[in-house]
Write a protein that binds this ligand. Structure first.
Ligand code: SAM
Length: 284
């Protein structure tokens, strides 16, 4: 059966596997087989994938440092009716990968941009980490230099969302140690390594203990890694509802702080120590 022709003049943004070729989706194969041209981050790197799926479409190198002329050439070809597929070395283009300039220019030029979704390391890691996933922040790669890295971590220390980072294996240990320093040793971190590959490892622990484990096993300092950090706990103050505050205020009008905290804990379900501290702050 021959594949249907792609929509003319369209830019397809095609995800490719992050290690396991079995994760290549049929629509990605079909798109790459039928477009006029594939714009690849690294044509040599992608040749293995393309030959595995018997894709003979011509390939051209495209990355965000490609000169403007290259972007314009691709836009002109799409205007002329050729469809182009954008791929990166692995996973979803534009996610810590090239493509932003091309996609933006294409949309500005009125060209239809169609995603062909598939593997993405941060989403795969999040789906298996067991950390809150209702809200999360993808932070890409941290700075390589320690001072800049710690400054960046500091700016995220109070963020309540799950934080997701990509990290290079030769920096994993220092990064975990910096996280223990900045976020505190107890913060839960999940390390997702070599996802979809033979040595896939997903391990969660308090960040200081995870750093000790990684230090003691150099195999954990190899391969491709996603780090996921549990968001900062909410300050308990913010967790107090107006009704709970009202209850405490009424109790404090009638009772000494210690008794108000004790009775308040029974009435509100909040911790006695927290209510005691809160009550003292109200009197300050
Ligand atoms: N665009 C890709 C995606 O959709 O995930 C990410 C490209 S970025 C240049 C490469 C980084 O992604 C690696 O250094 C690593 O942090 C993460 N990564 C890629 N493949 C991975 C895998 N199989 N397991 C764990 N992390 C991976």
């Amino acid at each position: 059966m021959t594949s249907p022709a792609p929509n003319p003049g369209t830019l397809y943004v095609v995800a490719t596997p992050i290690g396991n070729l079995g994760d290549m989706v049929p629509r990605a194969v079909e798109t790459l087989q039928t477009v006029a041209l594939i714009a690849a981050e690294d044509t040599r790197h992608s040749s293995r994938l393309l030959s595995h799926f018997d894709i003979k479409t011509p390939c051209i190198a495209y990355h965000d440092h490609s000169d403007e002329q290259r972007t314009e050439q691709l836009i002109a070809r799409m205007h002329a009716g050729d469809s182009i597929a954008l791929i990166s070395d692995a996973g979803t283009p534009l996610v810590s990968d090239p493509g932003y300039r091309l996609v933006r220019s294409a949309r500005q030029a009125g060209i239809q941009v169609v995603p062909v979704p598939g593997a993405c390391a941060m989403i795969a890691a999040l789906s298996a980490a067991g950390l809150p996933s209702d809200r999360f922040a993808f932070e890409g790669f941290l700075p390589a230099k320690q001072v800049a890295r710690c400054t960046q971590l500091q700016s995220l220390a109070a963020d309540p969302r799950t934080l997701i980072f990509y990290e290079a294996p030769h920096r994993i240990l220092e990064t975990l140690q910096d996280m223990a320093q900045v976020f505190g040793p107890e913060r839960e971190v999940v390390m997702a390594r070599e996802l979809t590959k033979t040595f896939e490892t997903i391990k969660g622990d308090k960040v200081a203990d995870l750093a000790t484990w990684v230090a003691s096993d150099t195999n954990q300092q190899r391969g491709e890694i996603v780090l996921l950090v549990h968001g900062a706990p909410k300050p308990e103050n913010e967790a107090m509802t107006p009704a709970q505050m009202h209850t405490m205020k009424v109790l404090l009008e009638e009772l000494p702080v210690k008794q108000a905290a004790s009775l308040g804990a029974k009435l509100t379900g909040l911790k006695k120590n927290f209510l005691y501290d809160w009550a003292l702050q109200q009197g300050e």
